[in-house]
Ligand binder design. Structure first.
Ligand SMILES: NC(=O)c1ccc[n+]([C@@H]2O[C@H](COP(=O)([O-])OP(=O)(O)OC[C@H]3O[C@@H](n4cnc5c(N)ncnc54)[C@H](OP(=O)(O)O)[C@@H]3O)[C@@H](O)[C@H]2O)c1
Length: 257
C-alpha cells in the first residue's frame, strides 16, 4: 500500500508502461534530428486524410477503450470514487480531443500512417490507463488520498483550460480553407510558443499526481517526450518565419526554456 492506494503488479500493466517510457525516450531522441511529420512538417507527397476525420479516428480509441472496459467491469469491483474521478478525467480529455477538437480543426491533412500509428497507440494507452484504474487500483479513504486527488485534479483542469484556450487561439488565426501560419497572441502564447503543448503536459502531470501510479506517470513522461521537442521545433520555426516574433517568448516553459 502506497499513499492511501493499493495497486496490483500485473505483467501487462508493467510491460505496457515500460513501452510508454521506452517509446518516449526514442521519440525524444528522434526529434532531436527530425520533427514528427505532420502539420507544418508533413511531407508534401503521400496519402493524407482531412484533418477532422484524421483527429477523430486517431483519438477516439482512447475514448472508447476505457468506456468499454467500464461497461464490462462488474459493478462494485474497483469503481470507487477515486477511480471514477480519474476515469472521468481521462475520458473528459479524449471527449474534447476526438469529438470537439476534431470537428473544429482548420489544420492541414494528416498522413495516413500517422493516423494508423496514433489510433493503435491511443487504443493501447486507453486500455492501459482504463484497465489499471478499474481493475488494479483501489483508493483508500485517507486525507492523503483526498489531498493528492484534489491537487492533481486541479492541475489537470488548469492544463485542460490552457490547452482548450490555446487551441481556440490557433484555430482563429485562420479563416476556413486557409493553411497559412500567423503569430499566435494572447493567453499563454504571450509566454511560450507551445502554449497548447504546455497545457497538455500540465494535464497529464496532474493526472499522474492524482493517480500516483506507474502507468499514469509513464503516460505523463511520454507526453513530455512527444510534444516537448515539438514545441521547441515550432519555436525555432516561428523565429525563422517571422522577423517580428516576440523575443521574450520561450518555447515551452515560461521564462526558462
Ligand atoms: N499527448 C501527446 O503525446 C500528444 C501528441 C501530439 C499532439 N497532442 C495534442 O494534440 C493537439 C494538436 O497537436 P499538434 O501537434 O497538431 O499541434 P500544432 O502543431 O500546434 O497544431 C495545432 C493546430 O493549429 C494549427 N496551427 C498551429 N500553429 C499555427 C499558426 N501559427 N497559425 C495558424 N495555424 C496554426 C495547426 O495547423 P497545421 O496542421 O496546418 O499545422 C493545427 O491545426 C495539441 O493540443 C497537442 O497537445 C498530444
Amino acid at each position: 500500500e502506497r499513499g492511501g492506494m493499493t495497486s496490483c503488479r500485473e505483467s501487462s500493466v508493467f510491460y505496457l508502461s515500460w513501452m510508454l517510457i521506452i517509446g518516449g525516450v526514442v521519440l525524444f531522441w528522434r526529434q532531436q534530428r527530425v520533427c514528427a511529420l505532420y502539420g507544418r512538417y508533413a511531407p508534401g507527397q503521400g496519402h493524407c486524410w482531412p484533418a477532422g476525420l484524421a483527429w477523430f479516428l486517431q483519438e477516439v480509441p482512447a475514448l472508447l477503450t476505457p468506456l468499454l472496459l467500464l461497461l464490462w467491469t462488474e459493478e462494485g469491483s474497483g469503481s470507487g470514487t477515486g477511480t471514477l474521478v480519474l476515469l472521468c478525467t481521462f475520458v473528459l480529455h479524449y471527449s474534447y480531443r476526438s469529438l470537439i477538437y476534431a470537428f473544429l480543426t482548420r489544420g492541414r491533412p494528416v498522413p495516413l500512417r500517422i493516423i494508423v500509428f496514433s489510433a493503435a497507440f491511443c487504443g493501447l494507452n486507453g486500455f492501459l490507463q482504463g484497465h489499471h484504474l478499474l481493475h488494479c487500483t483501489h483508493f483508500h479513504h485517507t486525507w492523503m488520498t483526498a489531498v493528492r486527488l484534489a491537487a492533481g485534479w486541479f492541475l489537470f483542469l488548469v492544463g485542460l483550460s490552457i490547452n482548450i484556450h490555446s487551441d481556440h487561439i490557433l484555430r482563429n488565426l485562420r479563416k476556413p480553407g486557409e493553411l497559412i501560419y500567423r503569430i499566435p497572441r494572447g493567453g499563454m502564447f504571450e509566454f511560450v510558443s507551445g502554449a497548447n503543448f504546455l497545457g497538455e503536459i500540465l494535464e497529464w502531470c496532474g493526472y499522474a499526481v492524482a493517480a500516483g501510479s506507474f502507468p499514469a506517470w509513464a503516460w505523463a513522461f511520454f507526453t513530455v517526450c512527444s510534444i516537448g521537442p515539438r514545441a521547441c521545433h515550432h519555436h525555432r520555426d516561428y523565429q525563422q518565419r517571422f522577423e517580428d516574433y516576440p523575443p521574450s517568448r520561450k518555447a515551452i516553459i515560461p521564462f526558462l526554456l
